[in-house]
Ligand binder design. Sequence first.
Ligand code: 5AD
Ligand code: SF4
Length: 313
Amino acid sequence: MRDNIFGLKIFQRGVIEFSNRCHKNCHYCGLRCGNVCLQRFTLDENAILQAARIALAAGMGTVVLQSGEWPDANAHSIARIISKLKALGDISVTLSLGDHEGDSYALWRDAGADRYLLKMETFDESLHAKLRPGQSMRERLQRLETLHRLGFETGSGIISGLPGMSDTMLANDLLRLAELPLDMIAIGPFIAHPDTPLSSCTNGSMPEALRAMAIMRLLRPTANIPATSALDALTTDGRLQGLAAGANVIMPSVTPESVRTGYSIYPGKNSSQTPVPETITRLQERLRLAGYDPSSMRGPSPHPNPSPEKRNV
Ligand code: 5AD
Ligand code: SF4
């Protein structure tokens, strides 16, 4: 199904994780504010633009600005960075900055941002509330709706194998993702982080994550589905297995070596100290060996979802 839509092209998105500061306290995540073991960093505008230039030179057609969540005060500085990123070349800019005011989303869209990723993590209301203190599934869903209305290509997703997630919940999550007007759908397995309340929980399983991705591809043939880096945390060629299960997007981190290990959402994330260009060249070689064609296209989903007026979240 993936080949029918995308051929063997794999869209490459370079992820700039520019700050690990976060005011939320999600139980599963190493960036949670309650994790006092983590040294916090925020890259300045120059460092972000430099990372983006490296990403472009390495063949990325999209850069993704990602960070923990913070209060909306610096929305204007993000807007300035977005417009400078767009001026670097013919690229898409994706934001993955979590929950913000509608005004900030609108400002960033006006500044030129093309896409926004906001993962639901799970649609199960009680599990969502339990693992994401102070947050509700419904509010998150409304934010997705706002983003879509503002004209962003929207992405969402879930963590498979979250502690407390039953098979029924996972199946339901897949159906809920499939019925939303999403351009991008990410599924990554849960990886227990030692400095979180879920440290002693069992990791999500590889077969479960792969099966969920394959089902998603069949439910939503034209969606952009990434082979998430969490797959690589479970096994060395995890992302390649993700591609074999139907993913068509790869999202290497292009965060500078000096800070990248600090973006430790889960163990194994950004653990390599190899320079970014070399890491990407090696990844591209592995993709080609596996028969894929790493693409520098911007790579929107080929059959865009219905316009906001026509659809119903
Ligand atoms: N295991 C897997 N994925 C995680 N994320 C956060 N913590 C974990 C974890 N322990 C993912 C979530 C979130 C993104 C920042 O990383 O999906 O949206
Ligand atoms: Fe913060 Fe996102 Fe991690 Fe939650 S999942 S603690 S919002 S970075």
